[in-house]
Design a protein around this ligand. Structure first.
Ligand code: ADP
Ligand code: ZN
Length: 722
């Protein structure tokens, strides 16, 4: 008889022991089905010594495993990665494991899945709900549950339509093989600089072994083309590559570029996949046929059969930091996975994070530089517009100089991009009569007006209300005013100035799915759009040759929050959005509107002297012992009652150990004092780089107990201080 030590897909449990008999032979990494009370849970067989059980159950009391799935076991490097992530980010190993495994239905042997789609037959009886369902489902296909979500109706409505014959079942094969991308489909013609960088990366892929690279190339320098050569090298060796992108909106244009270079699409992995797609992708990945996977951060924990390369594109993006569930940073975990797998990892960026630059500076990462744009395109000219000297008229946000520049582009049939990092129409609505401000009932946040959707919305919890006709406070009618601009309001301003211009709004509201993002890219490329008004979503990755003007409407916006990375983030964001201008044959011009054009960030952007800006920022971090020189961990305590959160926060603070090289600040109410109906308190741990903060926190919390309903979360290397 063999004992099987199993980590179950349940974050509340540590590993448990089971009996594996002759019918169920297992090895470390085997994916199994195990009984837990009356339930059955998926789990993975684990080394006893690396994740010890809390208590030993005698051999005679072990329950037998129920089954072993017929898929390759999770590799040792992935098991070590799960342990490392759990340890470093203080997350239960079962919660991390969940990111590696699909639903149990994807594990069973079935080769098909039943999906549904409109049949084209009208139902005998039409109701408004049925009409809505059929309208919204359109030509989509998916599980009943997926269609009901798309249509915003109950599953019962969709089932009713199936009965009525208006929706039909289709059988989808989920083991259709993935086509192999062809490394020699197109021979790229690389510049000398690109050839050198591509050669170094390909060589590292062929040699194998952990090698971290920083691919630091100006916007439009062809970083993608360069790392494509490393992917080609991995393909020639029959090994898998993983490309992580910060936003799923970027996957669609990436897929297209990839197909042009390699003749076939890579495998996409992100939250918008249908279950059938997810199952097919997971099986391709675990069996090693899915050779190139492009995905959002969740693709990082998948069980690749023989991974040969990881690329993190736009590696500076803070979107790689996961802000709920397991709080991890995908860029950092990617480097750790590469280390454990013994393979190269490429962090690509035009504006690398200070943390990453530092690793290059101390020689841990090899830096590869691309200093010029492809095809001789020049870097755009960047000028500031001082809003105190050259202000827009009252109630408008586009300064006269920028208006003239847009006019000019319209006349020349070139495209313009206006950047404002604010979704919706206006960030605040208030009553002119009594001063009442519309606030979210669940969060410390204003309700943002979305005029296109006809509602006020909280950007933190999603709470929505129709815009009221009268003030709820003083009951005055027609007294509500929108304060400040969002992208919708800027789009209105452009429409007023240039009635003939074709305008698009590009935000996470309008480009919410890969399909909509793809449509946007097509319309830009076909020149169906003259002016784009967008949030940070359009600052990265895109390549539109006819886009020659970029206007940054409020360069001061990002500096106000005042957290440790505010200046760096502003710099990155503006440099990235500026980098969208003039990428083709036509030169680009960037205008940066600011009330303080003398600020170091803006001066660095204007002069193009990123180096001294980064040097100064890095020095400030060194002096403050901030990352990467020291480390932070935030402790966030939340509860439904404000007193409960405060009491637990005080108790946690009182129990803080006194340790040389570590300081604990707080507790204090979080800037976002209420979120989703929970009151929040924060503490901040600041420690020397060499201190094992995780160990300290585990000991510290191990001796504490807090009331049910109070949540205590630890955010190691925090990016948000709200
Ligand atoms: P980055 O990611 O560095 O901003 P991209 O990889 O998007 O730059 O490249 C910018 C544009 O230049 C893309 O359209 C790309 O296809 C093109 N490009 C870059 N290098 C080459 C090359 N060697 N041959 C042909 N096209 C290239
Ligand atoms: Zn809210």
């Amino acid at each position: 008889m063999a004992r099987a030590h199993v980590l179950l897909l349940n974050p509340a449990l540590g590993p448990l022991d089971y009996r594996a008999d002759r019918d169920h032979p297992v090895e470390n990494g085997s994916i199994v089905l195990a009984p837990l009370g009356p339930r059955q849970l998926v789990g993975v067989v684990w080394e006893e010594d690396s994740l010890p059980s809390a208590d030993q159950v005698g051999d005679n009391r072990l329950r037998p495993l129920l089954g072993v799935y017929d898929v390759p076991p999770l590799g040792a490097p992935l098991r070590r990665l799960i342990e490392w992530t759990s340890d470093y980010y203080l997350a239960p190993p079962g919660a991390v494991l969940r990111m590696a495994l699909p639903s149990s239905s994807a594990l069973d042997g079935s080769r098909t899945i039943t999906e549904y789609r409109a049949s084209g037959v009208a139902p005998g009886r039409m109701t408004p709900q049925r009409q809505q369902a059929l309208d919204r489902i359109g030509r989509r296909q998916g599980l009943i549950r997926e269609l009901a979500t798309v249509a915003d109706v109950s599953e019962g409505v969709v089932r009713g339509l199936v009965k009525a014959g208006a929706i039909e079942a289709v059988t989808v094969a989920i083991d259709t093989p993935w086509p192999l991308p062809d490394p020699d489909h197109v021979q790229p013609d690389l510049s000398d600089e690109q050839t050198l960088a591509a050669g170094t990366l390909s060589e590292a892929v062929r040699e194998g072994g952990f090698r971290p690279f920083l691919l630091d190339g100006v916007t439009g320098s062809g970083k993608t083309e360069v790392y494509f050569e490393a992917i080609a090298a991995a393909l020639r060796m029959g090994r898998q590559s993983l490309v992580l992108l910060p936003e799923i909106a970027l996957t669609e244009p990436f897929l297209k570029r990839f197909e042009d270079r390699f003749g076939h699409l890579p495998v996409a992995w992100h939250s918008e996949l249908r279950q059938s797609q997810r199952r097919r992708a997971w099986r391709g990945i675990v069996h090693g046929e899915a050779r190139v996977v492009v995905g959002a951060r969740s693709a990082l924990f998948l069980p690749y059969r023989n991974l040969g390369l990881i690329v993190v594109d736009e590696a500076h993006e803070t979107a790689f930091k996961q802000e709920d569930g397991v709080l991890y940073h995908a860029r950092d975990v990617a480097v750790m996975r590469a280390k454990l797998e013994g393979i190269p990892v490429v962090l690509a960026s035009a504006t690398p994070a200070i943390e990453t630059r530092h690793q290059a500076a101390i020689g841990r990462y090899t830096e590869l530089k691309l200093t010029s744009r492809h095809g001789g395109a020049a870097m755009p000219a960047i000028d500031a517009i001082d809003l105190l000297v050259d202000p827009p008229p009252r109630g408008r946000w586009i300064a006269p100089t920028l208006v003239r520049a847009i006019e000019d582009r319209l006349a020349r049939k070139e495209q313009s991009l206006l950047f404002l990092n604010r979704r919706g129409y206006a960030p605040l609505t208030l009553c002119r009569t009594c001063g009442h401000r519309f606030q979210c009932p669940n969060c410390t946040a204003w309700m943002v007006e979305h005029r296109l959707l006809g509602r006020l919305q909280c950007h933190h919890c999603g709470h929505m209300t129709p815009p009221p006709a009268a003030c709820p406070e003083c009951k005055d009618e027609d007294s509500l005013v929108a304060c400040g601009p969002g992208v919708e309001r800027i789009a209105d301003e452009v429409a007023l100035l240039f009635p003939e211009a074709r305008i698009a709004i590009a935000t996470s509201d309008t480009l919410s799915t890969p399909a909509r993002a793809a449509e946007f890219v097509e319309r830009m490329e076909a020149h169906d759009i003259d002016v784009v008004v967008g949030t940070q979503l359009v600052t990265k990755g895109y390549h539109f040759p006819d886009l020659t003007l970029v206007g940054v409407l409020d360069a001061d916006l990002g500096l106000s929050g005042g957290d440790l990375r505010a200046a760096e983030r502003s710099f990155q964001q503006i440099a990235q959005v500026a980098g969208r201008a003039g990428r083709g044959a036509k030169p680009g011009q960037v205008y940066v509107q600011s009330h303080a054009p003398g600020a170091p960030v803006i001066q660095a952007l204007l002069s193009g002297d990123a180096q001294s800006f980064y040097d100064a920022e890095t020095e400030a971090r060194r002096v403050a012992d901030a990352p990467p020189f020291g480390r932070y961990a935030a402790i966030i305590i939340s509860a439904e009652k404000s007193e409960d959160a405060a009491a637990t926060a005080r108790m946690v603070a009182r129990a803080a150990p006194r340790i040389e090289g570590m300081q604990v600040y707080g507790p204090a109410p979080a800037p976002l004092a209420m979120l989703r109906g929970r009151h929040r308190q924060r503490l901040l741990v600041h420690a020397r780089r060499t201190l094992d903060v995780q160990h300290v926190i585990r000991d510290w919390f191990g001796a504490l107990e807090w009331p049910r309903g109070v949540r205590v979360a630890v955010d190691v290397d925090p990016y948000s201080f709200l």
